[in-house]
Design a protein around this ligand. Structure first.
Ligand SMILES: [Zn+2]
Ligand SMILES: [Zn+2]
Ligand SMILES: [Zn+2]
Length: 123
């Protein structure tokens, strides 16, 4: 569940940073690079919690179902009406919820941000 697609049925695994996201927007908000395109996309069904792969070049209607539990995961996305003023806070919560794999990357950026902040404070 993320704030972009309220009824998301699957997580997607970003081929670029090997992390799980609820939707491409979540990747865009928390990462500083573009989501890499891949012909074989990895998904994880939110219903049965099992991962599966799909070849995106041969994607058909019948592929819209989880191969493990038949959950129909390609559905019209329900998106929130208004997301205003909570961007920063949400990003931090997301960061904490994601696993340690990304801690290194986040640290580098956090240190950088702190330095910037110190400069501003000195001024
Ligand atoms: Zn990425
Ligand atoms: Zn999202
Ligand atoms: Zn499933």
């Amino acid at each position: 569940m993320c704030k972009h697609v309220l009824n998301a049925q699957v997580s997607i695994r970003a081929p670029c940073c090997k992390k799980w996201f609820d939707c491409p927007e979540c990747h865009a908000e928390t990462q500083d690079h573009n989501l890499a395109k891949t012909i074989e996309m990895a998904f994880m069904c939110k219903k049965c919690k099992k991962a599966f792969r799909k070849d995106m070049t041969t994607y058909e209607d019948s592929d819209e179902y989880c191969p493990h539990c038949d959950n129909h995961y390609v559905i019209d996305a329900k998106t929130p009406q208004a997301v205003v003023g909570v961007e920063g806070g949400d990003a931090r919560v997301d960061n904490r919820m994601l696993k340690d794999e990304r801690v290194k990357q986040t640290k580098i950026r956090t240190i950088w941000n702190d330095d910037e902040l110190d400069e501003k404070l000195d001024f």
